[in-house]
Ligand binder design. Structure first.
Ligand code: PEP
Length: 227
C-alpha cells in the first residue's frame, strides 16, 4: 500500500535556484505519495505534484506583519501544511494556536499535518507518552474534523539528532492515535533516513514519514520514497 512521505526542508536551501534544483531531482513517479514542503518564500516557484507549507497563520488577512494565511496558501494551490512542529512550539506556538491553524486550513481545504511529540531523551518514550500526546491532541483537535487531518508523531529527542525511535514504539503510538481520535493517517518523524525508513514503512499503522534532514539529499530521499 502507498504510504505518504512528506519532506520538511525547514530553512533550506539558501537560494531559489538550489531549491528548484532539489525539487527537480526528486522523482515524480515514486512508489509512495510524496509532498515537498519548501520554505514559504519559494512556494510559488517550486514545481512538484504535491506541495506543502511549513506553517501558516490562523487569521485570513489584516494587520499581521510577517504572517501567511491559509487563504494565501490556497491561492498558490498548496495542498498540505505542517503545523505544530516542535521547532515552532519552541518559539511559542501553543496547542491553542495549532488548533486555530488547523481550523483555518480546513476552511480552505488544505490538509493540516499536525506535529505532536515531546521529550528530550529516549527514556521519555518509556514514560506515559500517551498521556502527554493526549494532552496535546485534545487541544489541537478540539472542534476539528479528525477524519481530514494527518498527525505526525515526532519525539523531540529524535528530531535532527541522528537518533530514531523504534518502529515498534511508533506502531504502538500510531494505533493509539488512530483508534482514540479517528485520525486516518499517522506519520513518524525523527531522524528517518534511507537506512531506517523501511522498518517504519513496514509497520501496518504507520502511514508514512515526515522527513527533515534526509529530504535535502536527493539520492537518499529518492530511496526513501521508492521503498
Ligand atoms: C522534522 O523536521 O520534522 C524532522 C523529522 O527532522 P529530521 O528528519 O531531520 O529529524
Amino acid at each position: 500500500m502507498k504510504k505518504l512521505i512528506i519532506a520538511n526542508w525547514k530553512l533550506n536551501p539558501s537560494t531559489l535556484k538550489d531549491a528548484q534544483a532539489l525539487a527537480a531531482s526528486i522523482s515524480v513517479k515514486a512508489k509512495n505519495k510524496v509532498v515537498l514542503c519548501p520554505p514559504t518564500i519559494y512556494l510559488s516557484n517550486i514545481q512538484y505534484p504535491n506541495i506543502g507549507a511549513q506553517d501558516c497563520f490562523w487569521q485570513e488577512k489584516g494587520a499581521f506583519t510577517g504572517q501567511v494565511s491559509a487563504l494565501q496558501l490556497k491561492d498558490l494551490k498548496i495542498k498540505y501544511c505542517i503545523i505544530g512542529h516542535s521547532e515552532r512550539r519552541a518559539v511559542g506556538d501553543t496547542d491553542e494556536m495549532v488548533n486555530a491553524k488547523a481550523k483555518a486550513l480546513l476552511a480552505q481545504n488544505i490538509i493540516p499535518v499536525i506535529c505532536i511529540g515531546f521529550g528530550t531523551t529516549v527514556e521519555h518514550d518509556d514514560l506515559e507518552v500517551t498521556d502527554i500526546l493526549k494532552s496535546q491532541l485534545d487541544v489541537d483537535l478540539a472542534g476539528v474534523d479528525k477524519s481530514k487531518v494527518i498527525v505526525a508523531y515526532e519525539p523531540v529527542w529524535a528530531i535532527g539528532t541522528g537518533k530514531n525511535a523504534t518502529s515498534e514504539h511508533v506502531e504502538k503510538i500510531s494505533i493509539f492515535i488512530k483508534t482514540k481520535y479517528g485520525v486516518p493517517i499517522v506519520l513518524y518523524g525523527g531522524s528517518a533516513n534511507a537506512a531506517n525508513a523501511k522498518e517504519f514503512l513496514e509497520q501496518q499503522n504507520v502511514g508514512g514519514l515526515l522527513v527533515g534532514g534526509a529530504s535535502l539529499n536527493a539520492t537518499d530521499f529518492n530511496k526513501i520514497i521508492n521503498l
